[in-house]
Design a protein around this ligand. Structure first.
Ligand code: HXC
Length: 257
């Protein structure tokens, strides 16, 4: 039995963390299942991925506190490194990934959402890094990605104070892109995924690469990198077809070539 389900809906892959009785908390088995699912994504037919949690209450309520409660420093280091490696794989998937946050996204759950490109939240979503209240630091990338996403001051406040924020505040501080009524949220996240999947897949992937890699460079290197990705797009049949179709006032169906 796997704690993580995968469903392919046309060009969109949907990953569901499914350990509902523990609010989808991430123990080593769940992390291993998530990694296996991520590794198995077929990049040829998947143009966007949506990650959500099973049930109505939680996206992921964190790393498993019971499992962490007895960890030695070596075990803690290995657990943190494993989660970071899996989340980095998600971040480095070539296609965009959307977190569809259907409730609590705490600790490792907030960190999982931060490893995605875009966060869409249900109106009952709650985000936070409660680790400082549990005697630990965030350990699946939260100290790094939260500051990069919402700014240093707000991230420090959330992490030091271990203060959870509701969906509306998450929207205000730029942690989420949009908030929808809970019963509509997944559908809206899917609509966005389908819209992304309807664009030129190679171009979208190059955009992801340009933004993510460019953010790690100084601005001179980053603007020198962008023309390389633009140039790679100019070598695709998809680009030739799309632009010729525009000029000839025809419709174009994007494809990978
Ligand atoms: C293990 C968890 C869990 C977690 C919930 N559960 N969160 N089990 N680890 N992170 C379990 C509960 O023990 C309970 O199991 C069941 O899920 C339902 O949860 P309740 O607490 O009964 O629900 P509720 O009263 O509605 O409260 C919901 C909640 C609360 C506010 C989300 O569960 C909560 O505070 N959870 C912990 C959140 C947290 O601190 N996360 C960060 C962890 S640290 P039973 O068997 O009793 O029904 C972290 C570090 C990441 O994530 C980095 C690691 C390297």
């Amino acid at each position: 039995m796997s704690f993580v389900n995968y469903e392919q809906k046309d060009f969109v892959g949907v990953i569901t963390i499914d350990r509902e009785k523990a609010l989808n908390a991430l123990n080593p088995e769940v992390l291993a299942d998530l990694e296996a699912v991520v590794d198995a994504i077929d990049a040829d037919k998947t143009r966007c991925v949506v990650i959500t949690g099973a049930g109505q209450k939680a996206f992921v309520a964190g790393a498993d506190i019971g499992a962490m409660s007895t960890m030695t420093p070596d075990e803690g280091r290995a657990f943190s490194a494993k989660g970071n490696a899996v989340f980095r794989k998600i971040e480095k998937l070539p296609m965009p990934v959307i977190a569809a946050v259907n409730g609590f996204a705490l600790g490792g759950g907030c960190e999982l959402s931060l490893s995605c490109d875009i966060r869409i939240a249900a109106d009952n979503a709650v985000f936070g890094q409660p680790e400082a209240g549990l005697g630990i630091t965030p350990g699946f990338g939260g100290t790094q990605r939260l500051a990069r996403t919402i700014g240093v001051g707000k991230a420090k406040e959330m992490i030091y104070a271990a203060r959870n924020i509701k969906a509306e505040e998450a929207l205000r501080v730029g942690l989420v892109n949009a908030v929808y009524p809970a019963e509509q949220m997944l559908e809206e996240a899917m609509k966005l995924a389908e819209r992304i999947a309807g664009n030129a897949p190679i171009a979208v992937r190059q955009c992801k690469k340009a933004i993510n890699m460019g953010l790690q460079m100084d601005i001179d290197s980053a603007v020198a990198f962008e023309p390389e990705l633009f140039a790679a797009c100019c070598g695709t049949a998809d680009q030739k077809n799309a632009m010729t179709a525009f000029c000839e006032k025809r419709k174009h169906e994007p494809f990978i070539n």
